[in-house]
Design a protein around this ligand. Structure first.
Ligand code: FES
Ligand code: FES
Length: 165
């Protein structure tokens, strides 16, 4: 099957039981996305598939023939950080860092969802979405941080959301 990761096309032959997360980590050496729970509960494995965030541990690789996948490795480089990566560093939005690739991929997808006007469970006005801290927390609720860096994660995401507004 053909699949692209971070703009690079790959021709891969995988067992039908291989998840998208294991394809990236075990077959392609893209170890940025982490395996936390392997059950869709922690968000550490979050990737963007054709721009939408998903839990890669819950999705079989063979479902992604022709898809364009973005992992944390595709968002920025150590010398040229993506705005969210830079904001997470500035605000100390992590401690051990295990959840961080998933947090940043998820925040990237979440900011796009908000920009498209998608309401969340806590949106008061379904026609005009504005990213309050409650909105950010709700929209990032699928990404667990065992170090509980939540306040500074919200600070980092809020800064990027405000700079884009
Ligand atoms: Fe995928 Fe936890 S490893 S949600
Ligand atoms: Fe350690 Fe989030 S920084 S789990």
């Amino acid at each position: 099957m053909q699949i692209s990761f971070n703009g690079t096309a790959h021709e891969v032959a995988v067992d039908v039981r291989t998840t998208l997360l294991d394809l990236a980590r075990e077959h392609l050496g893209l170890t940025g996305a982490k395996k936390g729970c392997d059950h869709g509960q922690c968000g550490a494995c979050t990737m963007l598939v054709n721009g939408r965030r998903i839990n890669a541990c819950l999705s079989l690789a063979v479902m992604h023939e022709g898809d364009a996948v973005t992992t944390i490795e595709g968002l920025g480089t150590p010398g040229q950080l993506d705005p969210l990566q830079a904001a997470f560093v500035r605000h100390d939005g992590f401690q051990c860092g295990y959840c961080t690739p998933g947090q940043i991929c998820s925040a990237t997808g979440m900011l796009d969802e908000a920009a498209m006007g998608w309401a969340s469970h806590v949106s008061g006005d379904l026609d005009h979405v504005s990213l309050s801290d409650d909105e950010i927390r709700e929209r990032m609720s699928g990404n667990i941080c065992r170090c509980s860096a939540y306040p500074t994660i919200v600070d980092a995401i809020r800064e990027v959301a405000e700079s884009a507004a």
